[in-house]
Design a protein around this ligand. Sequence first.
Ligand code: C2O
Length: 492
Amino acid sequence: MTRTREDVWTLTEAEGDWPAVLVAYERAVGLLRALDPPTGPPSNPLGWRFLAAIHGLEAPNGDPDTSNELWSNCQHGSWYFLPWHRMYLMAFELIVQDALGDEDWSLPYWYAIDPDDAGKAVLPPAFRDQSRQLYTDQRSIPANGGSPLPDLSQALLEALGADRFSTPSGLSTFGGGERAAPSWSGGEVGLLEGVPHGAVHTLVGNDFDRNNRVVRRGWMGSFFTAALDPIFWLHHSNIDRLWQVWLDLDPANANPTGDPAWADTEFSFPAVGGDLETWSIGEVLDLASIGYEYASTAAPSAITPPVGPSLGAGPNIGLGEEAMPEPIPPQVIGTTTDVPLATADAVDVELSTPAALDFAVAADAEPVGDGRVFLRVEGVTGTAGAAVYEIYLNVPPGEAPTDHPELRAGFFSTFGLTEASQTNALEDGSGLTTVLDITAVRDVLEEQGRWDPARLQVSFSPVTPAETAEDVEAAEGQPSDLVAGQIAVVVT
Ligand code: C2O
């Protein structure tokens, strides 16, 4: 029998009061919380804190705690992000069902950034009731107060417009960069993982002052604590749903099922009865066969399938045809290194003769030859930044980037920043990498006669979160210390 994961806001509106699925969820949260001692290392694999530790647990020295092999296993910044989190939810749902004695209970989803309904950007009321179990004060004060998240629907539309799930070539993808083996924070963050996913984490978890600087961190803002917040699971239910939305959108959108490094990779989770539940990625790709469906997998109305950026007629970056025989593997046409992102000034990237790629995954880079241009913001490290940045190209001098939506290349989320900046057993401190397809902006600039074949100017503009709470407004945030290891322009 196929269960249905429902839209939490649709249920809430229909019933006015708490929907039954959340009443049951609250009961389960209480039952699972009671299985673990409230402090000290989590000990019961079915307990709430243990389940959250599977995602991440911070050791006393600040590193991920891997003293139990089930802990600190989350997969970010690669093509393992979506399938790992799907299995994590499957394991969680089975444990909740068992606690409730109800095998029909299904995790609802919170469609926090719904381009067709800005009202859903508010945390559902059941999670804001201070006297109840679904509430936590380890959250952004405005989010807990019912303020909407900022409108990031453009980012969601762009993520759903991605035309490949993954790639070994360091280009932008829906699902994240290819990796040979699982990794904690990976490399190229997929578009869906960046915004909406990461942005919802940071904006629900953390508080920012009016200059977009971090004032206070809550559970959703870190790998180590995110799954302690009951809203985490509904947020990920929605991310899992958006994966299916993307697959349904265009017959050309597909999972990389042909690649054993992806499809045969297995992950294990605690199961009721003391055993482990182990799935391979290939086993969890068909929703019907894993027992659930979503109330809706309709695409946002702004999308008319099939989607995907309109491809240029071929290389057209002002470099001359000899310089760009096709098809060729992607080529780097310019880089700049050690770029502080806190600055209000645009960053210059000098463009020149194409050169071979120099990043890790390039070994199996494949010829593409479709004349597209990509911006790689590589290896961003630091401890603090705004939740989300918009990235703009060649903004006219003296003008505000936000006045030029046609020059917006895309979005950059800082979720996972500190985790990806650490060097430890799980991570080499290589930071966060976001890749954006800038072909459309290049075309706009060319039309305006403002594409400069010798230089690209990149501006980072922080997205202002929901209104700040009074006591947060008075606080002085931590100044941004973000540095991008390299910004590279890549052509295919
Ligand atoms: Cu593993 Cu939403 O995070």
